[in-house]
Design a protein around this ligand. Structure first.
Ligand code: TXA
Ligand code: MG
Length: 318
């Protein structure tokens, strides 16, 4: 039977009956299951080979459903929701007891996201349940930004892949947490730029960098690994100082740089974000040995691009 397609009703029925669905969102594809069904959620961890200490984001169709999973919603979360609506933003808030411990890795807070992609919200609404979904890649690897990427990486482990086309944002949601009880803290840079949060919150939230005991394993140093060496050069790097070697790949940030290929056509952070994972994936599939990549400007979505690049390049001593 066809495993990949555009049959929304079928995808919803797979979710209702405890199966796994490759779910399109505006950020990356998720590996979705009914968040209230522990057996279904356990299948996500098995399919991804994901450690159980790594909690999952619960996706909802509408903000009105937030009380189904959240015990309390901080005022600042409401401020962000009113301004942004469905967006590449995840809210970490106190959880209700109905949310299985497996979903939150035993934490008393749950990560909630209402995706911007209409098809994603339609799927969740028609399944009629909150949907737990990590990115649909084996743990530690590059996240999928097309339905085919999901099929390539998780073939045989997912019951149906709903094709919603390529992801418009291209990297994961920004995660904002109120788990400390005080000011908002950013646990992962992502599709909603830090500048936008600063504007809406009236202060710049602390960005908690990775550690050996991460709160969000998206914070792990070595993550998003293409499986081959990636070398980063600063934004604005003088590429003429490098003598290209056959068998390596060189990717500048924008066109017109010493005749090299570039990640973007126009230098914008949003375009870089959209193309990043596919570029890393193409490199992994190529015969090239090493990828040299120029960092993005450290602003807007460029920050999230650089965050993913640094992890992709990390060789993992700490
Ligand atoms: O854009 C996205 O967020 C995508 C799409 C599918 O929605 N999802 C995604 O999920 O990136 P995942 O599992 O690959 O990354 C979610 C991150 C993990 O690093 C996890 O540790 C963190 O969110 N997280 C989930 N629940 C949490 C919680 N209760 N407290 C702190 N961090 C949490
Ligand atoms: Mg992930």
């Amino acid at each position: 039977m066809q495993q990949l397609g555009t049959d929304l009703a079928r995808a919803a029925s797979v979710l209702r009956s405890g199966g796994l669905v490759g779910m399109p969102t505006e950020t990356v594809y998720g590996l979705a299951a009914n968040a209230l069904d522990e057996v279904a959620v356990a299948r996500i961890f098995a399919a991804k080979n994901r450690p159980h200490f790594d909690p999952l984001i619960v996706h909802l169709a509408d903000w009105n459903d937030v009380d189904r999973v959240a015990a309390q919603v901080p005022a600042e979360a409401r401020v962000l929701w009113s301004a942004l609506g469905p967006a590449a933003l995840t809210y970490v808030v106190p959880k209700r007891p109905e949310v299985p411990d497996l979903v939150t890795a035993g934490l008393d807070h749950v990560a909630v996201r209402i995706p911007q992609l209409d098809l994603a919200r339609q799927l969740i609404a028609s399944a009629g349940v909150p949907v737990a979904a990590p990115s649909a890649n084996p743990f530690g690897f590059v996240s999928p930004t097309t339905a085919q990427h999901v099929a390539d990486q998780l073939a045989g482990k997912v019951d149906y892949i709903l094709d919603g086309g390529p992801c418009a944002v291209g990297l994961e949601s920004t995660i904002v947490s109120w788990a400390d009880g005080g000011a908002a803290v950013v646990l992962r840079l992502g599709g909603v730029p830090l500048e936008r949060l600063r504007e809406l919150l009236g202060y710049e939230p602390e960005v908690r960098r990775s550690s050996s005991r991460p709160v969000a394993p998206g914070m792990l140093d070595a993550h998003y690994a293409p499986g081959k060496p990636v070398r980063l050069v600063p934004h604005g790097f003088d590429w003429s100082s490098v003598e290209p070697e056959a068998g390596n790949q060189y990717l500048a940030w924008q066109p017109g740089t010493h005749g090299l290929a570039s990640l973007t056509t126009n230098g914008s952070g949003s375009e870089g974000a959209q193309r990043l994972f596919a570029a890393l994936r193409d490199f992994a599939a190529s015969s090239d040995r090493e990828l040299w990549m120029e960092l993005a400007p450290e602003e807007g979505l460029g920050r999230a691009v650089n965050d993913r690049l640094r992890r992709a390049a990390h060789r993992g001593e700490d």
